[in-house]
Design a protein around this ligand. Structure first.
Ligand SMILES: [Ca+2]
Ligand SMILES: [Ca+2]
Ligand SMILES: [Ca+2]
Length: 933
C-alpha cells in the first residue's frame, strides 16, 4: 500500500548535519554545553515513560537531563495529573528514590498531550511531553533486536520504548485478525524525541506490508486492514541509526478512533455545532468520499461545543513554531469505543463556508472559506463582493493546520460586460511569502509557508479568489485541509515568550525555564506577531509573580516585533515555583485596550550557533526561585526614561557582589538596534568596584519609538556546587562518629565487666563460668557493633570527601542580564548645535562664550531655555541660564570655571535646551570642555 508522504525537510537536514558532524549517532549539539561550565539549572531531556493511562498510577523517571540534583516534584500542565516522589524504605528509614515519581492521571483528564517539568535543587525545568490516553500501557523488553525477540504487544495498547543506543532496533509483535482495521502510531518527534522514527509492518508470512517515516508531524503512522489472521511484527528504528537516552518513543497498536481531519476545521468560539470527523474506526461512521492511499476514510457527524476563548491556542499535538499565530483548542472525540487522537479545532471569525466542489461559493465579510487540496492539480475558488477603495485581507491557514503544504492566493477582479460576460483582471498571485518574518532567529522560526494578501479594492464589484498548493502538480490529498480567512483589516497581535538559556551572546541556544537565584535576573525573548499592519507599542507585564520578583519594564516598540524582557528576583525573594503569564497591553481600535496573553515556547535541545534549533510551542510558562543566592546582580538605577531625540541619558549601574565574589564584571548593551542612532558605551566594572556611570546618547536623528535595553554581563565566578550536600554528609558523619564512640565505650564496659568476673573471689567456679560466658557474649556483640559502626563511619568519611570534592570551587561563566532600561524616544522641538571656542579649553578662574544655535522642527515655535547641567563627578563649572526668544535662533552662553573646578577632560558634559513641546522637552548637545590650571 502507499501513503502520501509529508516531511519537514528542515528537521531531516538538521538531523543529517548532526549525524555528519558528530560522526556517531549521538547528537553533536550538546557540545556547547560542555565547552564552558555554567551555573546549574534543572534541565530535562527525557522522561520515561512519557505518558500514562487515564485513571492509573504509573512510575515515571527523569531518565536524561542535567543538573538534576534533589528532584522533589514533577509538575504537569494539567492539574489532574499529579506526582509524588517514589519512596523506598530501608532500616526503617524512608527515603525518596532519585528522579523517580509515582504519577497519577485523573479519570477526568482528557486524552491528549501535556507538558511535564521537573523541580529540584536548581529550580523548575524546561517542559517535556507527557501523553495521556486510555490504552493499556507497557514497557518494551530489551533485547528485542531480532524478530524472534519481539516484545509482545496486546491489541489496543501502547508500548513505551526507546532506542537505547546507536544501532538499536526494536521489534514488537501483536495478534491480528483478517479484516481488522488497525492503527500503528509511533510518537517520537511529537513527544520531543530527537528520533527520526521509521516503522515497518510485517505480516504473519513475514511479508513487508508497510513502511512509514514522516506521515504526520514528522512521525510514522500506518493504517491498514489486516490481510490475514496471525502474529504481525513491527520494526522500529531511526533513519540515521542514532540512539541514546533522549531517543524515546511511544508505539500504539489499536482499533480506537483515529481522526485524520475535521470539517470544518474551525468554528465560532462559544458556539455548539455539527462537525464531520474523517478517519478510521469511527463508531457509527460510514465510508466517506475520501481515501488516503487505498484506505477509504470513514466519516461521522459529531456536535462540538467550542470554548469561548477566541485569542488562545492549545493545540492537539505539540505545536511547531510556525503554527504559533493561530487560535484554537485541543479536541478529542470521546466515542463509545474510547478516546480519539487529539486534533486542533481553530477559532474562526464570521461565517464559515465549506468548499462544495460543485459550485463557486460566495463569502461574506468577515468569513472563512474552508476546503482541501484533495488531489493533484486541485484548484479551489470563491468569490466576494468588494467596495471601491475598501481594504481587504486574505490569510490562508494551511501549513498552520499541521499539514505540509504551501498555499497560493490568486485574486482576480471580475469584470462583467453588458451581456453579463465575465472577464478576469489579475490583481495578485501571492505564494512564496510568509505571513510573519522569522522573529525567533535560529531558536524559534515563526515563518510559515502560509500566504497573506492585503489589498485595496479598485472598484465596487465581485472578486474571485483562487487557492492552490504551490506544488499542486505533484501533490494533493484529502489531509491537505486549509482555511482562507477574508476580513477587512483588523489590526491585532499575538505574543510568544521564549525563556533564553543564560549564555554568551551568539553561541546558540538550549532548553531553559525561568529559573532565578535569589538576587538574579533572567531574560525572555518576547515576539510580537502583528496582524493587518498593527503597529502600536506593546507594553509587557507579568501576571502571577511571587513576592520579591518583578519585571521593572518591557515594551515592544511600534515597528518592532521583538523585545528581551528581564525578570528580576530580589535577594529577599523566597523559594518558589509556579506558572506565570506574560501579558501585552496595546492601544486598539476605538481607544480599546488590546490585552493578549503570550504563548509560551521552548527549545528542545542545545544547539550550536548558526544551526536552527528544534523548538515548539509550550503549554505554559514556568518560573522558579531557588534557594541559592546569585553571586552578583547588575542593577540599572533607572528602569524607564522618556526622552526627546537628541538627549543624553546617564545611567548609574551598580553591581551587587555577594558570597565573596569580587571579579570584574564586563557589561555590554543589548536591545539597541544598530540603525537606531542611539549610542552606548560598554564598560567593565573592575574588581573592587561596585558602580559605574553609563552614558547612552539618543542622537537627534534617533528613530522615535520604544527600546527595551539592558546590559549583558559576562563574568567568571568561582562557584561551589551544592555545598548543602557537604553539610548533610558532615551531619551524618558526626552522628556516625558518635555512634562509633558509644560502641567503643560499650565494648570497654563489656570488657571491664568480663575481666572483673575473672578476678572476683566471692564466687564459685561454676558461677564464674556461667557469668563469664554471658560476659564473653556481650564483649563479642559489642566488638561486632564497633566494627559495624567503624565501617559506617568510614563510609561517611568517604561520602564527605566526595561531597567536598563535588562542591570544591570551580570557575563557571555567568551571563546574567542587568535590570532593564526602557527608552521611549519622542520627537524633539529643536536641534541644538554649539560653537565652542578654542576647543573647549577652559582655565580655572576664566571663562569662554559658547555660541548656541537652534533649529526649530516639528512645527515648534516657542522659546527655548539653555542650561549647563553638571554630570556626576564634575564641579565648579557654571553657566548663565540663557533664553532664546520665540523669534530668534541664537544665544551666547558664558561658561566659567571656578577655582575649585574639576580639572581635565570633563566627561558627559552637555548644553541642555528646554522647551514646552507636548510637555517639557529636553534636547542635549554634547560639549567638550577641558579645565586646566
Ligand atoms: Ca529499544
Ligand atoms: Ca532493541
Ligand atoms: Ca479542493
Amino acid at each position: 500500500m502507499t501513503h502520501t508522504r509529508f516531511f519537514d525537510r528542515r528537521r531531516l537536514f538538521a538531523k543529517v548535519v548532526c549525524f555528519l558532524v558528530a560522526g556517531i549517532g549521538a547528537c553533536c549539539l550538546t557540545n556547547i554545553q560542555s565547552l564552558q561550565a555554567q551555573l546549574p539549572q534543572t534541565t530535562v531531556y527525557a522522561v520515561s515513560p512519557s505518558g500514562g493511562q487515564k485513571g492509573q498510577t504509573v512510575e515515571v523517571k527523569v531518565t536524561n537531563g542535567k543538573d538534576l540534583e534533589n528532584l522533589d516534584s514533577l509538575w504537569f500542565s494539567h492539574p489532574g495529573i499529579k506526582a509524588v516522589p517514589k519512596i523506598q524504605e530501608s532500616n526503617g528509614k524512608k527515603t525518596p528514590i532519585a528522579n523517580t515519581f509515582m504519577v497519577t492521571v485523573g479519570k477526568e483528564v482528557p486524552a491528549g498531550v501535556y507538558d511535564v517539568r521537573a523541580h529540584g535543587l536548581y529550580g523548575l525545568s524546561n517542559p517535556r511531553s507527557f501523553v495521556v490516553g486510555d490504552l493499556l500501557e507497557k514497557a518494551e523488553a530489551e533485547p528485542n533486536n531480532k524478530s524472534d525477540q519481539a516484545t509482545a504487544v496486546a491489541m489496543d495498547s501502547v508500548v513505551n520504548a526507546g532506542l537505547q543506543g546507536a544501532t538499536d532496533v526494536d521489534y514488537f509483535s501483536f495478534p491480528g485478525k483478517k479484516g481488522e482495521k488497525v492503527s500503528i502510531d509511533c510518537r517520537a518527534a511529537r513527544i520531543d524525541s530527537p528520533m527520526v522514527a521509521v516503522v515497518e509492518l510485517y505480516g504473519p508470512d513475514n511479508k513487508r506490508l508497510a513502511s512509514e517515516r514522516d506521515t504526520f508531524r514528522n512521525d510514522p503512522y500506518i493504517n491498514l486492514t489486516l490481510p490475514q489472521d496471525g502474529t504481525y511484527q513491527i520494526k522500529v528504528f531511526d533513519l540515521t541509526y542514532s540512539g541514546g537516552a533522549q531517543h524515546v518513543y511511544r508505539l500504539s497498536v489499536h482499533k480506537k478512533p483515529h481522526i485524520e481531519f475535521i470539517m470544518p476545521p474551525s468554528g465560532t468560539p462559544g458556539t455548539t455545532s455539527n462537525y464531520t470527523l474523517y478517519g478510521y474506526n469511527l463508531p457509527g461512521g460510514k465510508i466517506s468520499d475520501w481515501s488516503i492511499g487505498d484506505e477509504p476514510l470513514q466519516e461521522v457527524q459529531v456536535s462540538i461545543a467550542l470554548p469561548a476563548k477566541p485569542t488562545t491556542l492549545e493545540m492537539g499535538e505539540q505545536g511547531f513554531p510556525h503554527e504559533v499565530s493561530a487560535d484554537g483548542f485541543s479536541y478529542v472525540w470521546e466515542s463509545p469505543a474510547g478516546s480519539s487522537n487529539p486534533v486542533t479545532i481553530f477559532f474562526a471569525e464570521g461565517k464559515i463556508v465549506r468548499d462544495e466542489q460543485t459550485k463557486e461559493e460566495t463569502l461574506s465579510i468577515p468569513g472563512e472559506f474552508v476546503g482541501q487540496f484533495e488531489a493533484k492539480n486541485d484548484v479551489d475558488t470563491f468569490r466576494f463582493t468588494g467596495k471601491a477603495k475598501e481594504k481587504y485581507s486574505i490569510e490562508v491557514f494551511g501549513q498552520r493546520n499541521g499539514i505540509v503544504m504551501d498555499p497560493v492566493i490568486v485574486v482576480d477582479q471580475v469584470i462583467k460586460d453588458k451581456e453579463g460576460k465575465e472577464t478576469f483582471k489579475r490583481l495578485a498571485n501571492v505564494g512564496a511569502t510568509s505571513v510573519f518574518p522569522d522573529l525567533g532567529g535560529k531558536l524559534f522560526d515563526t515563518r510559515t509557508d502560509d500566504p497573506y494578501y492585503l489589498f485595496t479594492a479598485p472598484a465596487d464589484g465581485e472578486y474571485r479568489v483562487t487557492l492552490r498548493d504551490l506544488q499542486f502538480e505533484t501533490r494533493g490529498n484529502p489531509r491537505m485541509v486549509y482555511r482562507a480567512v477574508l476580513r477587512q483589516p483588523k489590526p491585532d497581535y499575538r505574543l510568544v515568550a521564549l525563556p533564553l538559556h543564560p549564555q554568551a551572546v551568539n553561541t546558540g541556544g538550549a532548553p531553559a525555564a525561568i529559573a532565578l537565584r535569589k538576587g538574579d535576573s533572567f531574560k525572555i525573548s518576547v515576539m510580537a506577531l502583528r496582524q493587518d499592519g498593527f503597529n502600536e507599542t506593546i507594553d509587557l507585564s507579568v501576571k502571577g509573580l511571587p513576592a520579591g520578583v518583578t519585571c521593572k519594564a518591557a515594551s515592544i516598540g511600534a515597528g518592532s516585533n521583538n523585545a528581551e524582557m528581564i525578570i528580576t528576583a530580589d535577594e529577599s525573594a523566597k523559594k518558589w515555583s509556579g506558572q506565570i503569564e506574560i501579558v501585552g497591553h496595546a492601544a486598539g481600535p476605538d481607544a480599546k485596550k488590546l490585552e493578549r496573553v503570550a504563548r509560551a515556547a521552548t527549545v528542545l535541545r542545545p544547539v550550536a550557533v548558526n544551526i536552527r534549533a528544534e523548538s515548539r510551542i509550550a503549554r505554559s510558562l514556568g518560573l522558579s526561585v531557588i534557594d541559592e543566592v546569585a553571586p552578583y546582580q547588575v542593577v540599572a538605577d533607572v528602569a524607564e526614561v522618556k526622552v526627546n531625540q537628541g538627549r543624553q541619558i546617564l545611567v548609574p549601574v551598580k553591581v551587587v557582589k555577594r558570597t565573596g565574589f569580587d571579579n570584574a564584571v564586563a557589561l555590554a548593551w543589548s536591545g539597541v538596534p544598530k540603525n537606531s542612532n542611539i549610542t552606548t558605551q560598554n564598560k567593565t566594572i573592575a574588581k573592587g568596584k561596585q558602580e559605574e556611570l553609563f552614558q547612552v546618547f539618543v542622537k537627534n536623528n534617533a528613530k522615535p519609538g520604544v527600546y527595551t535595553t539592558y546590559l549583558q554581563s559576562t563574568v567568571d565566578v568561582s562557584y561551589r556546587r551544592n555545598p548543602g550536600q557537604v553539610d548533610d554528609a558532615k551531619k551524618e558523619q558526626a552522628e556516625l562518629a558518635k555512634k562509633l564512640t558509644d560502641a567503643q565505650a560499650a565494648l570497654a564496659a563489656a570488657t571491664k565487666k568480663r575481666d572483673e568476673i575473672a578476678k572476683a573471689s566471692d564466687k564459685t567456679a561454676e558461677q564464674k563460668k556461667a557469668e563469664q560466658a554471658k560476659a564473653e557474649a556481650e564483649v563479642k556483640a559489642a566488638t561486632a557493633s564497633v566494627k559495624a559502626a567503624d565501617a559506617a563511619k568510614k563510609a561517611s568519611d568517604k561520602k564527605v570527601a566526595a561531597a567536598e570534592k563535588a562542591a570544591a570551587p570551580k570557575t563557571v561563566k555567568v551571563y546574567a542580564p542587568s535590570t532593564p532600561l526602557v527608552i521611549r524616544v519622542n520627537p524633539a522641538p529643536v536641534t541644538l548645535t554649539l560653537n565652542v571656542p578654542s576647543g573647549g579649553a577652559l582655565k580655572k578662574g576664566a571663562g569662554i562664550d559658547v555660541k548656541a544655535t537652534i533649529k526649530r522642527i516639528n512645527n515648534f515655535k516657542g522659546p527655548v531655555e539653555l542650561t549647563l547641567p553638571l554630570p556626576p563627578g564634575v564641579k565648579g563649572v557654571t553657566a548663565t541660564t540663557v533664553q532664546i526668544p520665540a523669534d530668534q535662533t541664537e544665544a551666547t552662553i558664558p561658561i566659567k570655571a571656578g577655582a575649585d573646578a574639576t580639572e581635565g577632560d570633563l566627561a558627559n558634559m552637555v548644553v541642555r535646551a528646554k522647551a514646552d513641546f507636548q510637555g517639557e522637552a529636553l534636547v542635549d548637545a554634547p560639549i567638550k570642555l577641558k579645565v586646566t590650571k
